[in-house]
Structures are given as C-alpha cells and as structure tokens.
Ligand binder design. Sequence first.
Ligand SMILES: *Cc1c(COP(=O)(O)O)cnc(C)c1O
Length: 364
Amino acid sequence: MSSAAAPAAPLHIRDAVRRLPAYVPGARPESGRTAKLSSNELPFPPQAEVLAALTEAASEANRYPEMTGDSLVAAVAQRHGVSAERVVVGNGSVCLIQHVLDTVCDEGDDVVMPWRSFEAYPICAAVAGARAIEVPVTADGRHDVPAMIDAVTPRTRVVIACTPNNPTGPALREAELVALLDGVPERVLVLVDEAYLDFVTDGAVGDGLALLNRYPNLVVSRTFSKAHALAGMRVGYLVAAPAIVSAIRSVATPFGVSLPAQAAAIAACRPEALAVTARRAGVVAAERDRVVAALREQGWTVPDAQGNFYWLGAGGATARLAEHFRVAGVLVRPFVGEGVRISVGTHEENDRVLTAAAAWGDVR
Ligand SMILES: *Cc1c(COP(=O)(O)O)cnc(C)c1O
C-alpha cells in the first residue's frame, strides 16, 4: 500500500465567497502616541463595574455560558421595556445582521441598502447568497428614502437602514424612518441598524424601538461596541417580532456570546452604568460638534454628524489626506476615491485632528 497521499481534489469555494470584497478594519497604531481614530471606538475604557463583572466571569471560563444568553436577554428587554421573546443577543451586531439575512434570503434574493454605508452589509448579503442593491446616499450623505423604496421589487427580502449612517454621519429623522416603513411592503424586513444612536443629539431623529409595535416587519439592531465601550467583547442584540427572533435563534451559533461578554453586557445594562454611558456619549457628542464646527470654519464641507465620527469628502486626494493625518499622529479610515471617516477621540486627539486639517491647505 502506498503511503503517498492521493493528489487533493481542488477545494470547492462558493463563487459568492470567492468574490467577497475584503472587510477593511480600521488601522492599528504603530506607537502609543498615535491617535487611533479609525474604528469609531469610545475613547474611554470600560467602566470599573463592567470590568469587575467580566473579570469575575473569566474565572469561570471552564464552564459554558448560557446558550442563548437568557440573563442578558432579560436585562436588555428590561432596559427597553419589551418582552424577552422580542430580543436576541449575538456575537456582535454584525453577526446578527448576517443571521437576519441568512434567515430570510434565498439564493438570488435582493437586499436593498444605502451606499456608501457600513461595509459589512454587502459582504453579509453575498454570504447569504443574496444580491446587494446599493442605493446611493445623497450628496450630503443622507439616505435617499424615496429611491430606496423605488428599489424594492418582488425579489426584495430586506431593506437596511443605517442611522446614524456609517461613514457619512447623518441619521434618519423620524419622518424619514416612518416613510421608509410605510413605503415597503410588510413581507419585506426593514433592518434598522442603530449602532450609534446613543450619540444622536438631533431631536428630530427617529428611534426604531418606538416604532416596533406599529411595524411587525421592523428589526432594530443595537450594539455594546460603541457607546458602551465594549468593542473588544463582541456583543450586540436585535429587537423584533417574536417570530423573527425565534427564527434567528435557530440559525445562531449555540453559546455564541462568550461568558465574560455576557457578564460585561449585563453589568453595562444596570441603571448606574447606563447613566455613565449616557454622560460619556454626551461628552463625545459635544466634542464632535466642536470639531465639526471648527472644520467647517476652516472651509471643509462636513455632512451632519450624529454618530461618534464625521466624514471629510476628499475624492481623489483621499489616500494623500489619510497619509497627511498619519504623519500628524492620527489614524483615520480612508475610503479610497471618496473620503475619510474620523472618529471622535479625546479632547487632545481632536485638537490634533484640527491642527492637521488646518495644515492640509498648505500641502494640497
Ligand atoms: C460598529 C458598527 C456596528 C457594530 O458592530 P458589532 O459587531 O456589534 O461590533 C454595527 N453597525 C454599524 C453600522 C457599525 O458601524
């Protein structure tokens, strides 16, 4: 008998997977001096009580966590005043968005989404075997709601809204959200991604959770990654009709949210922690408004910024602008040919952005 292995048959990789665009993560700093403003993280560490809860949970890491995170589901449900059967938690909200599309899309179905928006959306659609129908945002970075409604066909399974929109900044006003929900047939899911809602200061902006009772096809996505300062823990959740939630649970990875992540998120839902989170989000929003006003003063055109980031359109100069910031000690997120997204950092980091932005005129 020969010990030589038979030549391996070429491994089959689905076409949809072969063609996936790469998800580009925000750059990581080379030195401690560099301001990492490339991933929309909170510039504050996890809260002390949250850290204590996750550290304590880590000592039980030989045990499995709760399979569907029932204690965390209960904490989230209580926080938002909804029943637990309307909440599903997952290993980051991106993972849940994938589960939504995997749950409802058949091969070749359409997912309508704004573009430019969160780069995970077209990837999730492709993995689900669906087609991403990208509807351009307006010149000022807003969702084009009428065009999104027009893009819906009998093949459409899901319409995604991102509010505030990553990376351009504006959020959907309540009237826009209602117009979108009214304009889409009830058999189509409307997935409203509110990863940055905590930073919104415009009172006209809508809140998907407040509309859930009116629209059974609405799915609201939230995360602990941004305002709650837990990006590294990977935990997010969806709120939706019970039938949608139970279908998503059936496709989700068992024990998908780790034990420390569940403990940290539960601690982050306590009223005292929520109060600190709200205060910190207010600090970030105030810094955002300060920086955006100063940039406009310098002559930059900046779309309305309702998240913890802002957008500088730079077209063909984008790569050079990102390099200009890097040399000045600031890592930003370039979208080549379009512009850069910059996260709100500490006061000092934001000043560094302003100084570098002011000097750009000299090197343009
Ligand atoms: C950061 C971000 C998320 C959060 O994803 P997690 O997987 O929960 O960390 C979701 N949606 C958008 C638009 C984001 O920018």
